[in-house]
Design a protein around this ligand. Structure first.
Ligand code: MTE
Length: 329
């Protein structure tokens, strides 16, 4: 579905999409090894890195947690704009494991979400590995309306369902040496053709232990009153709405409590453009475009971007006294 007609002031997708900066089409061709790997593993290559996988996916089995939806809405999280229409959100995504196009929904149906386990490990008193259905049922689910601001200068507003990350942190009982939380996405080159390309897979993200304990940090299991669609990062993703969208890692299989700042996927590719902190700030431009405003997808309008994406009252204190420069990159 094409709903997005570009206007003169918009950033062409080819300029704003992070991987094209870090790993241009030309360098993709030059990285012949990656190309050979793709060709060798998929002789009848249906996958195009820029076009996703075209093969039809088998119908998805019913989600074993479907009875938990819709969850009660938590009224503490209010929006200053309308919720983005589900059909727009469902067809404008970033999920590089399945390709680089925004309409990745069809290709992402190849994601198998059961069986699925999540490992909680590292510097904790209670390490464990849990099946996703037990994990989802271990915490009361709630719905929250969150803004979602991509580093590419577009935004949406989404009714996520899930539970506070801090609840999971509490049950893991971090040791005093745990200073950061590291999140990791699945690694399965057979299932996810994008992972056959020359990137530092798996996708990794991280938060400080204080950020992970903030009320806003949310582990997402559903959206729009139903279990999470595959293209949104089923069966478990993060939502940290005061940060650029790339921090909100999808399809999580491992949550580790660590002493050192984790090296994130995008830092590994282009640290000068996509740093660890990535807090939203309209006054700190991306090296190649302004972050002063955002296209509100589906609303036909452009809005001024707010510091911390409008969530300063929740999170500004996390950064009090810290050097400001890198916090916004
Ligand atoms: N997580 C994984 N594993 N792979 C990805 O490609 N893309 C990130 C983030 N999490 C990504 C990911 C980026 S750049 C954004 S903007 C958001 O997911 C997009 O989330 P959405 O598709 O639900 O809007």
């Amino acid at each position: 579905m094409r709903f997005h007609r570009r206007k003169g002031w918009e950033i062409p997708e080819s300029e704003a999409t992070p991987p094209e900066i870090a790993f241009s089409r030309r360098s993709a061709l030059e990285a012949g090894v990656a190309g050979l790997v793709v060709a060798a593993t998929r002789p009848a290559a249906a996958f195009s890195w820029f076009g996703g996988e075209e093969k039809p996916a088998a119908p998805a089995p019913p989600d074993p947690t479907a009875d938990l939806y819709p969850a009660r809405r938590n009224g503490a999280y209010v929006l200053d704009r309308a919720v983005t229409a589900q059909e727009i959100n469902a067809h404008y995504n970033n999920f590089y494991e399945f390709g680089m196009v925004k309409d990745i929904a069809a290709a992402a149906q190849a994601l198998r979400t059961r069986p699925w386990t999540v490992k909680i490990d590292g510097l904790v008193e209670a390490p464990r590995e849990m099946g996703i259905d037990d994990l989802v049922r271990a915490f009361p689910l709630e719905e929250r309306l969150y803004r979602h601001r991509c580093v590419e200068a577009w935004s949406m507003a989404i009714p996520w369902t899930g539970f506070p990350l801090k609840s999971l942190v509490a049950t893991a009982r971090p040791l005093s040496g745990a200073k950061f939380v590291r999140f990791e996405t699945f690694l399965d080159r057979a299932m996810a053709p994008g992972q056959r390309a020359f990137y530092p897979w798996p996708y990794v993200e991280g938060l400080t232990i204080e950020e992970a304990g903030n009320d806003l940090a949310f582990l997402v299991t559903g959206a729009y009153g139903a279990p999470l669609a595959r293209q949104h990062g089923a069966p478990l993703r993060l939502a940290v709405p005061w940060k650029y969208g790339f921090k909100s890692i999808k399809s999580i299989v491992r949550i580790s409590f660590v002493a050192e700042k984790p090296k994130t996927f995008w830092e590994g590719l282009q640290a000068s453009e996509y740093g660890f902190w990535a807090n939203v700030n309209p006054d700190v431009p991306h090296p190649r475009w302004s972050q002063a405003s955002e296209e509100v997808l589906g609303a036909g309008e452009r809005r001024k971007t707010l510091i911390y994406n409008g969530y300063g009252e929740f999170v500004a204190q996390l950064y009090a006294g810290m050097p400001q420069g890198r916090l916004f990159m």
